[in-house]
Design a protein around this ligand. Structure first.
Ligand code: ZN
Ligand code: FE
Length: 254
């Protein structure tokens, strides 16, 4: 069992608080700001065990120092980013497991958006906290890594069980979906998904989490083999990596 609380903050960021009821262990993932996190902790009478970062960007680590000072939590992040994550004191490597009570959290390195980006996968809870690597119908921009690196990272996430819930760090779904439709207009699953997304956003509701299954069926960055998509961007028969690279370029100027 795992309780998951989603906190919308700033323009479009999501902070996640996860709580393992048996042990009482609690972790916060990518806190941009401290006060809404502290409010929840107080309300629920939870004490913070871990602060987990996916990468070093300010909208993911903004509250590291304050939360560590206030709660005494440990701050865990990628060893690759040890010099640029505020207050970090536990360095994580690809493939390592971190325990939250009885729950095992697997660290998966996903370079691309940044070089040290990692994601947190909890198989027992069927949950993936993927920061800015995989978004609903999109993927992160290439700030530091190459298209090839991000493509390889996404192949790892593609291989997770289909029922895995995807908790990404931004509410970018509607814009991502508009891009997805522009490159794969005949995808009926995508059309229907966008209708649901538009309805949710009209009501100011979150579109997150999605699932690996939904992403496989409608995220263009996982769908290089779609004939409709290949045809629309004029890349029939090209390699998956070449198509991915072109999609990332097109999304940047969308
Ligand atoms: Zn970022
Ligand atoms: Fe971000």
């Amino acid at each position: 069992m795992l309780d998951i609380i989603q906190l919308p903050v700033l323009e479009n960021n999501y902070i996640y608080i996860i709580h393992e009821p048996e042990s009482g262990d609690t972790a916060v993932i990518d806190p941009a700001v401290a006060s809404p996190v502290l409010e929840i902790l107080q309300q629920k009478k939870w004490s913070l065990t871990y602060l987990l970062n996916t990468h070093h960007h300010w909208d993911h680590v903004g509250a590291n120092t304050e939360l560590k000072q206030t709660t005494g939590c440990r701050v865990a992040a990628s060893i690759v980013d040890q010099s640029r994550i505020p207050a970090v004191d536990k360095l994580l490597q690809d493939g390592e497991q971190l325990l939250l009570g009885g729950l095992s959290i697997e660290i998966i390195a996903t370079p691309g958006h940044t070089l040290g980006h990692i994601v947190y996968y909890i198989s027992a809870a069927q949950a993936l906290f993927c920061g800015d690597t995989l978004f609903a119908m999109g993927c992160g921009r290439l700030f530091e890594g190459s298209a090839e690196q991000l493509w390889h990272s996404l192949q790892k996430l593609k291989a997770l069980p289909k029922n895995t819930r995807v908790y990404c760090a931004h509410e970018y779904t509607q814009n991502n979906g508009q891009f997805a439709l522009s490159v794969e207009p005949d995808n009926v699953y995508l059309q229907h998904r966008m209708e649901r997304i538009n309805q949710l956003r009209r009501n100011h509701l979150t579109t997150i989490p999605s699932s690996i299954e939904e992403e496989l069926a409608s995220n263009p960055f996982l769908r290089e083999d779609s004939p409709n998509l290949q045809q629309h961007i004029n890349m029939q028969g090209e390699s998956a990596l070449a198509i991915f690279t072109e999609l990332r370029r097109l999304k940047d100027i969308f």
